[in-house]
Design a protein around this ligand. Structure first.
Ligand SMILES: NC(=O)c1ccc[n+]([C@@H]2O[C@H](COP(=O)([O-])OP(=O)(O)OC[C@H]3O[C@@H](n4cnc5c(N)ncnc54)[C@H](O)[C@@H]3O)[C@@H](O)[C@H]2O)c1
Length: 254
């Protein structure tokens, strides 16, 4: 399927997990992708793998919390390919904790990467997408924005902010032909899950609990989130604007 042929895309947090799966899927469907990540080496390895499979990708070291990095990232896509059609603001970090147990440093880190990172991604990408004739911005929220999840107070706040900013920006920019949407994944099996569970006394038990809370009894796969991102990136979703696309194995249906 080549429904993204010709699309010029940036994916943040593309070295691992969901971002990596999105970069692979979008290039398989014909898009050209800039893979942005703080981990330059891993992003470069993913881009090289895409190149070996016949896809088009380049990597750019980017810290999404830094205004200059994000500005340079968008400029790279425009200089590389002459424009930008799709921006995927996927980079994010989480922390396990309640409002009582989370430290101020953890609060600042999670809000910085998730909220400031998404804000800067939209700030610099939306004008470039509009100047390219319109396109799609995809932000990564979470089911944590929609239902109460134990031990995720600050992460939920960050993902709720992304959902609210998505809706507001969808209304602000619909007239410029820029569609802004977000995805709310359930628990997806990525390196992030291993990091979260390693903080518990019984990491294996914590992992089993994370699977059990999904009504379909398993983790969502990164590829299932990538399939939703491919739809939102494509012109098939032309009337999907300001939406929160839930891919959660039934968590929010309970
Ligand atoms: N895994 C899940 O269960 C799950 C569920 C819902 C939402 N999400 C969201 O999906 C997104 C991706 O999560 P994942 O599970 O693939 O995580 P991951 O940790 O596996 O990958 C995240 C990537 O982002 C990069 N990154 C971190 N900080 C960055 C920064 N400041 N600038 C640029 N890149 C940075 C990391 O290097 C890494 O490559 C996150 O926004 C996360 O909150 C994940």
């Amino acid at each position: 399927m080549q429904r993204l042929r010709g699309k010029r895309v940036v994916v943040t947090g593309a070295a691992n997990g969901i971002g990596r799966a999105i970069a692979l899927r979008l290039t398989e469907e014909g898009a050209r992708v800039v893979l942005a990540d703080v981990d330059e080496e891993a992003a470069g390895a993913v881009a090289a793998g895409i190149g070996e499979s016949g896809g088009e990708a380049v990597a750019q070291k980017t810290d999404v919390t830094r205004n200059g990095d994000v500005e340079a990232l968008v400029r790279r896509a425009v200089s590389e390919w002459g424009g930008l059609d799709v921006m995927v603001n996927n980079a994010g970090v989480g922390v396990a904790g309640t409002a009582v147990t989370t430290t101020q440093e953890e609060y600042e880190r999670v809000m910085d990467v998730c909220v400031r990172g998404t804000f800067l991604g939209m700030k610099h990408a939306i004008p470039a997408v509009a100047a390219s004739g319109g396109g799609s911005v995809i932000n990564m929220s979470s089911v944590a924005a929609l239902v109460g999840i134990v031990d995720r107070a600050v992460y939920s706040a960050a993902k709720g902010a992304i959902l609210a900013m998505t809706r507001a920006s969808a209304i602000d920019h619909v007239g410029e032909g820029v569609r802004v949407n977000c995805i709310a994944p359930g628990t997806v099996d990525t390196p992030w899950v291993a990091r979260i569970t390693s903080g518990y006394d019984d990491p294996e038990g914590a992992r089993a609990n994370m699977q059990a809370r999904q009504p379909h009894g398993r983790f969502v796969t990164p590829e299932e989130i990538a399939a939703m991102a491919a739809y939102l990136a494509s012109d098939e979703s032309a009337s999907v604007i300001g939406a929160c696309m839930i891919v959660d194995g039934g968590v929010t249906a309970r």
